[in-house]
Ligand binder design. Structure first.
Ligand code: PGA
Length: 265
């Protein structure tokens, strides 16, 4: 890990948990981190904890985590401020309930719900304009990796997703590298595989935006991160944390992943 960049452990709850279950989980995480030792470690390590419940649970989870150092994120957002967009939620609505982060471009939305790079880019620009933080997901499929095409895929997703973003706004984006073949499969990328892609993303940012943008941007790894493999992933110099799915639904596992980050040298 690199000590200069912000570290992030984010839990993507996906379409799981009732409202009551979500509140219990948020309370459990809050309890685990509300002690002086953990609070000091989070501060010293410049580490942020983010949880992303479903839209219906956002308001209550924000209330539950209030005053703790947990940020609450939406799992998706629409790029128009309001209007006839049935089923969608805007940045204005999220800000109104004090939600300042949103995941965008998750591979489940790209593949199951047909979200395009163009739509993801509009969402990203809209979040930045609203002063919010996008957690922008990218990643290749197994077929693309096996055909040795991952560099081209990642380059294109970065180029299209970050299109028209001002250079100074790039480090405001949290990038999450999530190889599709590792999501929910129990087969994580190896630390070396993840590191290779993270270094590539950083280099692309450097080439496209120059200066220190590549060094300043936090890049998370996601895809079957769990209590056992978190430490070795976080040892890698370009991995700044994790976007955790399944393991973020269990308090003990999620807290162990947080601890794995806080114990890094
Ligand atoms: P997983 O999901 O940890 O269950 O693989 C990660 C994600 O989709 O963000």
């Amino acid at each position: 890990m690199n000590n200069n960049r912000k570290k992030i452990i984010a839990g993507n709850w996906k379409m799981n948990l009732t409202l009551a279950e979500g509140i219990t989980l948020a309370n459990g995480i809050k309890k685990c981190i509300t002690n002086e030792t953990t609070q000091t470690a989070l501060k010293n390590r410049n580490t942020e904890i983010i949880i992303a419940p479903n839209h219906l649970a956002l308001t209550e989870v924000v209330k539950t985590t209030n005053t703790s150092s947990i940020q609450v994120a939406a799992q998706n957002v629409y790029f128009e401020p309001n209007g006839a967009y049935t089923g969608e939620v805007s940045v204005t609505m999220l800000k109104d309930i004090k939600v300042m982060h949103s995941i965008i471009g998750h591979s489940e939305r790209r593949t199951l719900l047909g979200e395009s790079d163009e739509q993801i880019n509009k969402k990203l620009l809209c979040l930045i304009k609203a002063g919010m933080t996008p957690i922008f997901c990218i990643g290749e499929t197994l077929a693309e990796r096996e055909a040795n095409k991952w560099t081209a895929v990642i380059r294109k997703q970065l180029e299209l997703g970050l299109k028209d973003l001002a250079v100074e706004d790039v480090p405001k984006v949290i990038i999450a590298y999530e190889p599709v073949w590792a999501i929910g499969t129990g087969v994580s990328a190896s630390p070396e595989q993840a590191q290779e892609v993270h270094a590539f993303i950083r280099k692309e940012l450097h080439l496209n935006y120059g200066g220190s943008v590549g060094d300043e941007t936090s890049i998370l790894y996601g895809g079957s991160v769990n209590a056992k493999n978190a430490t070795e992933l976080f040892c890698e110099i370009d991995i700044d944390g994790a976007l955790v799915g399944g393991a973020s639904l269990k308090i003990d596992d999620f807290y162990t992943i947080i601890e794995a980050m806080l114990k890094q040298k």
